[in-house]
Design a protein around this ligand. Structure first.
Ligand SMILES: [Zn+2]
Ligand SMILES: [Zn+2]
Length: 241
């Protein structure tokens, strides 16, 4: 796939051309400083790791230009959290790395069980698998996957029942009301807290998983995986909207 990266100073953005589409990061520059404002990856390029490529090329360019960096863009901020080798680019006092941790509570249907998730989920999206369908009695499960140690039970631990149809998923519910709360994925050390239960949380889905067994189509332009993305242990195979 032919790719070209450039600093388009006229339009104040770094651009990555891929197959005739342009992904870009907008910025404001002074001779000494640069602020990365916003990142956009066209939906046509979704699910191909283009965002990460663009993030890396952009930060390498910032380093080469020798400017001190501020980041307003959430995407670049998140990319930098996972790629800490770029931390030295930041102007002193930039709080990209010390953002106060937000936490969100999720309760069962009756309220006896409550859990708290802190920080940000690693992945958020929708699952169309037959198990989620059967367990939730709904066609789609909105998931948010958190590191296991970012989730703790804050109320009603003894009320939590667990059902494990497979060794990959421990599905947890309230024994009093039957309401579903979360599913632990012990092998990945991740916990799916049902996004629609998290109070104050904005679901920002990036993908559809197990679209191969979908009951309904969702034409939202997000990447559709037949099973799971490769980084979650799946085939990475994509399906049309
Ligand atoms: Zn309950
Ligand atoms: Zn599922």
């Amino acid at each position: 796939m032919p790719e070209a990266f450039r600093d388009n100073e006229e339009r104040e953005r770094f651009e990555l051309d891929v197959d005739g589409h342009v992904a870009f990061v907008t910025y404001r520059k002074t001779p000494e400083f640069i602020t990365l404002v916003h990142t956009e990856v066209p939906p046509e390029l979704g699910g191909r790791g283009i965002g990460s490529k663009l993030g890396r090329a952009t930060l390498d360019a910032v380093r080469a230009q020798g400017r001190k960096l501020s980041v307003e863009c959430d995407f670049i901020r998140n990319y930098m959290k996972k790629n800490i080798a770029y931390n030295d680019l930041l102007v002193e006092g930039d709080d990209a790395q010390v953002e106060p941790e937000t936490s969100y509570k999720a309760g069962c249907f009756c309220g006896a069980v409550e859990v708290e998730a802190s920080g940000k989920p690693l992945f958020a999206g929708y699952c169309h698998c037959a198990d989620c369908q059967a367990w939730s009695a709904a066609p789609i499960n909105a998931f948010s996957l958190w590191k296991a140690d970012s989730v703790r039970v804050t109320r009603g631990e003894s009320e939590i029942g667990t059902f494990s149809k497979t060794e990959h998923s421990d599905r947890k519910f309230c024994k009093r009301c039957g309401g579903h709360v979360m599913t632990a994925h012990p092998r990945m050390r991740l916990i799916d807290v049902y996004a629609n239960l998290l109070k104050g949380y904005t679901h920002e889905p990036t993908l559809h998983a197990n679209y191969g067994s979908k009951m309904v189509s969702v034409r939202d332009g997000l990447p559709k995986y037949r099973d799971l993305p490769a980084e979650l242990g799946g085939s990475g195979e994509m399906l049309p909207d």
